[in-house]
Write a protein that binds this ligand. Structure first.
Ligand code: ASP
Length: 307
């Protein structure tokens, strides 16, 4: 693997190998000194053209725990403000001698373009509405840790703003590659115009699917990407698609709830459910570091022992 641009870059075996490696890095993160020398001498740059809390901090923590040097590029205080193009920006960064670039960009396909311009390994940390592969990896890792028998036959409902969600696109690919049955639940206006080729079924009614699922994966309503009114009001959305405590009580007893963050508490999920025992949200964040260590190690490591 040279780059990680899409979950499609991995087949089931590749996914499982990355998850197994992530487990080894979870063990590292639990040590007194959670650091290994695997990427000593390598430099990882985070290039974020869009806001981020979890993903950027998680990649930077991962790189540091592997002993790599890190550089952070913040668009707001860079020459992008003076009109420098994406290509000139990445070529300038590459000239400093770097090994990997973790890219988040508002345009679908930007990480792929960058991979054609420079030699460093490129990791897609979210490109427009297209993909967010490391989010999907941490999601499947989190689920696999809760379901030692694996995801085969696991019934997962992904609920909400699928249309604008790069998380949904990557998750559908990863969940289904590992054998899960995925149902998208949303009003028609929040689904992509075409679902051709998506290995999913669709339901417009959350209350109908609630009793028959193992995992409820909630998406954030991405108001920043919605340029027209796609539902009457947030209150109306919550009344039909929000995971309230009353709805959560109708889930099967061992069902699990996930959300990629950031959450709109009180819109797609109530605070009570988000902080309650069925929620895997904090585990997802914690597992993100190990998954990103596994990705960076796979792209940049010598293939030697994790240590
Ligand atoms: N943090 C995720 C992303 O960057 C999900 C979200 O923003 O809703 O795509």
């Amino acid at each position: 693997m040279r780059h990680l641009l899409s979950i499609d870059d991995l087949d089931r075996t590749g996914l499982e190998q990355l998850l197994d490696l992530s487990e080894r890095f979870i063990e590292v993160t639990h040590r007194d000194i959670p650091k290994v020398p695997a990427l000593r001498g390598k430099t990882v740059v985070s290039l974020f053209y869009e806001d981020s809390t979890r993903t950027r901090l998680s990649f930077e923590t991962a790189a540091k725990r592997l002993s790599a040097d890190t550089m952070t590029f913040t668009v707001g205080s860079s020459s992008v403000k003076k009109g420098e193009s994406l290509r000139d920006t990445v070529q300038t960064i590459e000239a400093m001698g770097i090994d990997a670039v973790v890219v988040r960009h508002g345009s679908a396909g930007a990480p792929k373009r960058i991979s054609e311009w420079i030699d460093a390994a490129i990791v897609n940390a979210g490109d427009g509405c297209h993909e967010h592969p490391t989010q999907a990896l941490l999601d499947v890792l989190t689920l696999r840790r809760r379901r030692p028998s694996g995801l085969d036959g696991c019934r997962i409902a992904i609920v909400g703003d699928v249309r604008h969600s790069r998380v949904a696109r990557s998750d559908v690919l990863a969940f289904s590659a590992l054998g899960a049955e995925v149902t998208l639940v949303a009003p028609p206006t929040l689904l992509p115009e075409s679902l051709e080729g998506w290995p999913v079924s669709v339901c417009y009614d959350l209350d109908e699917v609630l009793p028959n699922i193992d995992v409820l994966y909630l998406l954030r309503i991405q108001l920043e990407r919605q340029h027209e009114a796609l539902f009457p009001s947030l209150r109306e959305y919550t009344s039909r698609y929000g995971l309230t405590a009353a709805r959560a009580a109708r889930l099967p007893a061992d069902a699990l709830v996930m959300h990629p963050g950031p959450m709109n508490r009180g819109v797609e999920i109530s605070a009570e459910v988000a902080d309650g025992p069925v929620s895997l949200i904090a585990e997802q964040v914690a597992n993100g570091v190990a998954v990103r260590m596994a990705v960076l190690y796979t792209l940049l490591g010598s293939g030697g022992p994790v240590a």
